[in-house]
Design a protein around this ligand. Sequence first.
Ligand code: T46
Length: 136
Amino acid sequence: MKIETVDFKIRGDERGALVAINQLTDVPFEIRRVYYMWNTLPDVERGFHAHQALEQVLICVSGSCTVTLDDGRERRDVLLDRPDRGLYIGPGYWREMRGFSGGAVLMVLASQTYNPADYIRDYGEFLASVGATKEE
Ligand code: T46
C-alpha cells in the first residue's frame, strides 16, 4: 500500500513557525471544507469508514495520533505527530484513528462539503467496493 504524505514548507522565523496550505498546490484538490477534532480521549477510536469520492488531507496540528489505513488487502499505521506533515487519503481506504495524545488537534482538509451519503460504514461493503474479499 502506498502511503502518501506531504511535508509543508515551514515559513518560520524568530517569532515562531507558520505553515500555509494552498489548494491545488500544497494539496491535490480544491479545499471545500475544513474540520478539526480535539479533546479526544486517549482510549477513543474514531473513523471506521471509507469514502466513495472524498479526498482529504489529515494534519495533526498539535500532539499526535495514529491513523490506520486499510485498502482491503493491507493495513498500515501512520503516526501523525508534526504540524507540517499531512496524510493524503483518497477514496478506497478504510480509516481508523486512535492513540490521541493529550492536547491532540487533528485538522482535516476535505475536497467536498459534508455528505453522509459518501460514507461507507460497513466493512464488508467496503471490501466489495475495492474488489477484495474477507478471505484475502
Ligand atoms: C473522516 C475522518 C478522518 C458534521 O456535521 N460535519 C462534518 O463535516 C463532519 C466531518 C462531521 N459532522 C458530524 C457528524 C457526526 O455527528 O460530526 C460528528 C462526528 O463525525 P464522525 O463521527 O464522522 O467523525 P470521525 O472522526 O469518525 O470521522 C471524521 C470524518 O467524518 C471522516 O470523513 O475521514 O474524520
